[in-house]
Design a protein around this ligand. Structure first.
Ligand code: NI
Length: 258
């Protein structure tokens, strides 16, 4: 039986409001022991903290996603800071830059990203990074803000092998999601194969990006099995071994209780 950790799931998404119990039952049956529930704004961050408080095996990350950066104000930061001190909050996230959708102006995204790295360093929490079409800018900001002091993970990694190397050198982990199972995974498979096992994580990003054979459907933590199997196959490992190693990495990065 696989023992998996889903390092990035939006259980607080409205997509799960009607059947979260069933979703969590299926996750358990599939071997998912631990789930990090991630915030995107103040509301979803508070919901993540609440879920973590109620459920065994669920931890929370709090933060403002680049899409929501434009609506964050002083009140938001006060509240996020308070939430970050609550039990079972293990990271700041998801935070970063999205230069694909540009739902917030780039200069606002950058300011909010910098501010949250500062907060993470102050609180001693790792960060969960959203990087869409912004590799170089994200990397530059991580260096300038000394994010390596707290470390963290590139969630749903979408860069090539060269960029992965730079992230690893900074001390970050690489998390792979459903796209690694897609037909056109290409360079992602090289990343999955080449990066050191002790820096690798897996995730669903549920309800988004369901892996094959569920592609196009609502994603959920139980489906992480498909991603783990694909990564294991690519590396020539047993899925059990990959699952145990990535769970161990998550435990280390997020200082999870055993
Ligand atoms: Ni996400």
């Amino acid at each position: 039986m696989l023992q998996l950790t889903d390092t990035h799931a939006h259980l607080n998404d409205p997509a799960f409001q009607h059947d979260l119990n069933e979703v969590l039952d299926r996750a358990r049956t599939a071997g998912v022991r631990t789930i990090i529930c991630v915030g995107s704004d103040l509301k979803t961050s508070a919901e993540a903290v609440e879920l973590a408080a109620q459920r065994e095996g669920i931890y929370a990350a709090v933060g403002v996603h680049p899409h929501e950066a434009k609506s964050a104000d002083e009140q938001t930061w006060k509240a996020i800071r308070l939430l970050a001190g609550r039990p079972k909050v293990v990271a700041l996230g998801e935070i970063g830059l999205d230069f694909y959708y540009y739902n917030s102006p780039p200069e606002v995204q950058i300011a909010v990203f910098r501010q949250q790295i500062l907060l993470a360093r102050e609180l001693g929490l790792p960060i969960i990074i959203h990087d869409r079409d912004a590799h170089e800018e994200v990397y530059r900001i991580l260096c300038e803000e000394k994010a390596g002091d707290v470390g963290g993970v590139f969630h749903c990694f979408s860069g090539g092998l060269d960029f992965a190397g730079k992230c690893l050198d900074l001390g970050f982990y690489i998390s792979l999601a459903g796209p690694v199972t897609f037909k056109k995974a290409g360079e992602l498979l090289r990343v999955a194969c080449e990066i050191p096992l002790e820096r690798l994580l897996v995730e669903t990003d549920a309800p988004y990006l369901a892996p094959v054979p569920y592609r196009g459907k609502r994603n959920e933590p139980a489906f992480i099995v498909e991603t783990a199997k694909k990564v294991a196959e690519t590396r020539g490992m047993e899925p059990e071994e990959l699952a145990a190693a990535t769970s161990n990495n998550a435990r280390k990065l997020f200082s999870l209780e055993r």
